[in-house]
Write a protein that binds this ligand. Structure first.
Ligand SMILES: [Zn+2]
Length: 319
């Protein structure tokens, strides 16, 4: 299996009117990529600038950041031509790697805009190298800039940042420096294309937590009525658990629960309700072992919500 490490540069509408008139928010103007083999050795590269067809003025922020002028793009090939070549270049057996979680969504959005054959019909599994960097070298939670990571690892900075090919190359250099093989168990999933049915739903168990990504539901009520969405079995042994704190929410978007497994102790469940492009709902759920102190924190949070709801109600009745 190859690692296709890629980076995109995109332009956006220079003004509000142009933005409102277009269904595409970000137009890709450059694709840069590096291919690493199974041993994470450098094999090949892909790099091409793209002639814009949607936005014909360079957004000033974008232009300043990536040092590209419209004139440089005038004689380039169009997105469908370049993207088709890029997909061919990727080959058959590979996994995408990007710095952060934006590029794969934008690649697919741009390809859909031109009705191109999708790179995948299914939810794409990939490596978010920004996350891998945090897991390998920091606290798993922080998200650093590419430049920070390059400095941190003492990678030679021989080319400027913020151009697709160079950023892809730096990202590949970071991948090479992640020595711990277990870090690569931490896949990410790009939710631009969601599971189309129950059997395509994502159920994955990491070292210290489990993740579930659901199919689409028409609305929140349907999502929260689904048995698997609100299920809270132990993600380690699969056993039924005892409810300690039933599902509750503070904002209607995030739901929390605490359950207890006889063998594995307290487990926190968190549901995030997310809106799709077409205004439907899907669910990302995580289950994670927690300490007694964290159980107390969640109990406190729930009581706080109950208290402030009560106060609001009293105020209403009093007025
Ligand atoms: Zn268990």
């Amino acid at each position: 299996m190859n690692y296709i490490v890629f980076d995109l540069e995109w332009n956006q509408a220079a003004d509000l009117r142009t933005r409102r008139a277009n269904s595409l928010l970000f137009e890709i103007i450059e694709i840069g990529a590096v291919r690493l083999n199974e041993q994470k050795e450098y094999i090949d590269e892909f790099h091409e600038l793209i002639r814009p067809q949607v936005f014909h003025t360079m957004n000033q922020v974008t232009g300043d950041l990536i040092h590209l002028k419209m004139e440089q793009l005038e004689n380039c090939r169009s997105f469908p031509e370049v993207a088709a070549d890029f997909v061919r270049w990727c080959g058959g057996d590979y996994i995408f790697c990007t710095w952060g979680n934006l590029d794969l969504t934008e690649l697919q959005k741009n390809m859909d805009y031109y009705n191109m054959t999708p790179v995948s019909e299914k939810t794409l599994k990939y490596y978010d190298v920004q996350k891998l960097f945090s897991i390998a070298f920091e606290d798993r939670k922080s998200r650093r800039t590419l430049q920070y990571a390059v400095d941190f690892l003492g990678i030679e900075k021989d080319v400027a940042f913020h151009r697709a090919y160079t950023d892809a190359r730096y990202t590949a250099e970071i991948i090479k420096r992640i020595g711990e093989e277990s870090v690569f168990k931490n896949y990410s999933f790009d939710t631009y294309r969601l599971p189309r049915n129950r059997s395509e739903e994502i159920r994955i168990c990491f070292e210290d937590y489990a993740k579930y990504i659901s199919r689409e539901f028409p609305d929140k009520i349907a999502a929260m009525a689904d048995r698997e969405v609100i299920a809270s079995h132990c993600f380690i042994c699969g056993a039924r658990t005892r409810k300690k704190i039933p599902w509750f929410t503070n904002n209607g978007k995030h739901y929390y629960t605490v359950v207890t497994c006889a063998r594995h102790g307290a487990i926190k469940g968190k549901i995030r309700l997310r809106r799709t492009e077409n205004n439907r709902i899907f669910v990302e759920k995580t289950m994670k072992q927690i300490s007694p102190e964290m159980v107390q924190d969640i109990a406190d949070k729930k009581n706080q919500i109950r208290k402030s709801r009560k106060e609001r109600r009293h105020k209403k009745e009093g007025s």
